[in-house]
Write a protein that binds this ligand. Structure first.
Ligand code: AMO
Length: 464
């Protein structure tokens, strides 16, 4: 006999079925034992008579195979709350496939009250709760929709390396020591920024990736040390083209995966950085007209950011606000090249904000080397530093780089908002704690002396 998924018993009245799953709930009435059996598709009641003595051994979260006949429940015993609640399975055989220790916490509720350290320590149990399963299903559907949409628009999904060289995105890098080049380090990418631009120089024209990014910064509700971007880059486009494409994707996506949600305003309003700061005091304004409505999505674009801001640790006192590779708005290109009126230069940066969360950002890039050089010069970088850190980018730009631009979404943040969750940890299968640990794997962890020797590394104990 073939396995039947639990949700499908509603189509199998009177038939013999074989179900596999976990004991979700158990009611022992002496002669009769009832269980709620759970698999990924849902829950159903199974009834064991006295002929199946082993049913008495069942405990919560045991893994079982139940064979039996699907029958209608008596009218009085119908459970309207369950999609399978009009039916039950009268068991003819039971096989215990595995036992389970008493669980450290219940998995039949939403689980918000449970200590998060404990939830993450037993994440494989935590994932059994319906809420988390639904979040992973939603995340899957969002990514699937994005892939289909991008494919239809002619984008290629291309993987870029995770062992790379430091990219200046404003955060600290995670470093990976090289064994073969002792003393040298790879950096994990803060984003695929440089590679995606190099793909444009490579003639790819339309690229996207569901990309893992790594940033060694303090974790918050909407920040993880590793997180996922929908990363995009395209050639021969203007700011409006990138914005239009992403707006179309967001609108289609919401309609497909969360039709109950209402988008407040289409086309998305554009707000200048200056207006956002003056009116809302933030560059990621929550423009919802009714903040009590959980199904209201208020998107907006924030544009016209200053290119540079003051920074103490920069040699010239200036640093970029978003991305050193961005182009200024066309009317400020002269100022950039002449390195004059620096605070007045506006960038092509566009951020997309949803209900007060920055869910994405991008820009048109400098595709000509002198403009990128000017950015680094304004930041006070010496010629030599520019050459060692960015020589490859400047060289690529000198080799027929097309005009190009792109954007990246914080995919975890978007899924969080679609799922109505309070933080991104709820939509990531295996997130890290606030202080960057994985209590289940016990990472980060010490390594063997031998491993350190091979890498030529010595640990200087740092007092915590
Ligand atoms: P940016 O640094 O703005 O741009 O990142 C893009 C989006 O990624 C999300 N994000 C994060 N999400 C979770 N945890 C984090 N630590 C985290 N950091 C950022 C945000 C943000 O809007 N290369 C450029 C994009 C480009 O210009 O094309 C970049 O990475 O939602």
């Amino acid at each position: 006999m073939e396995r039947t998924h639990i949700a499908n018993i509603v189509h199998k009245e009177g038939e013999e079925v074989e179900l596999y799953g976990w004991v979700h709930a158990r009611r022992d009435h002496g002669k009769l034992v009832f269980i709620d059996l759970r698999d990924r598709s849902g829950l159903a009641q199974a009834v064991f008579g006295p002929d199946i003595a082993q049913a008495g051994e069942l405990r919560l979260e045991y893994v079982v195979k139940v064979t039996g006949k699907v029958q209608k429940r008596p009218e009085k015993l119908v459970n309207e709350k369950l999609p399978t609640g009009h039916y039950e399975v009268a068991a003819t055989a039971l096989e215990i496939l595995n036992v389970a220790e008493p669980a450290p916490f219940p998995v039949d509720d939403a689980g918000y009250e449970i200590n998060e350290e404990t939830r993450l320590r037993y994440r494989y149990l935590d994932l059994r709760r319906e809420r988390l399963k639904n979040n992973l299903v939603l995340r899957h559907r969002i990514i699937k929709f994005i892939r289909d949409f991008m494919n239809e628009r002619g984008f290629l999904e291309i993987e870029t390396p995770n062992l790379t060289r430091s990219t200046p995105e404003g955060a600290r890098d995670y470093l990976v020591p090289s064994r073969i080049q002792p003393g040298d380090f790879y950096a994990l990418p803060q984003s695929p920024q440089q590679y995606k631009q190099l793909l444009m120089v490579g003639g790819i024209e339309k690229y996207f990736q569901i990309a893992r990014c790594f940033r060694d910064e303090d974790t918050r509700g909407d920040r993880q040390p590793e997180f996922t971007q929908l990363d995009e880059e395209m050639s021969f486009v203007k700011q409006e083209d990138v914005m239009r494409l992403n707006e179309e994707l967001l609108i289609a996506l919401v309609k497909a995966v969360a039709p109950e949600k209402k988008i407040q305003e289409v086309p998305f309003p554009h707000i200048s950085y200056k207006d956002a700061m003056e009116k809302y005091g933030t560059d990621r304004p929550d423009v919802r007209r009714d903040k009590n409505d959980p199904d209201l999505l208020a998107f907006c674009w924030v544009v016209d950011f200053p290119f540079f801001e003051k920074a103490k640790d920069s040699p010239s006192g200036w640093t970029f606000t978003h991305n050193p590779f961005s182009a200024p708005k066309p009317e400020f290109m002269g100022d950039l090249l002449a390195k004059k009126d620096i605070p007045g230069i506006l960038t092509t940066q566009y951020d997309v904000v949803l209900n007060g969360f920055e869910i994405g950002g991008g820009s048109i890039r400098n595709h000509q080397a002198p403009a990128l050089e000017a950015v680094f010069e304004i930041m006070g970088f010496e010629k030599e530093r520019i050459r060692t850190n960015f020589g490859h980018m400047l060289e690529a730009l000198r080799n027929g780089a097309p005009p190009h631009g792109g954007i990246a979404w914080g995919l975890d943040r978007f899924v969080m908002l679609m799922a109505g969750e309070p933080n991104i940890r709820e939509v990531i299968a295996f997130p890290k704690t606030g202080d960057g640990r994985d209590p289940m794997m016990g990472s980060p962890a010490a390594v063997d002396r031998k491993q350190l020797d091979e890498l030529g590394l010595e640990i200087k104990r740092i007092k915590k």
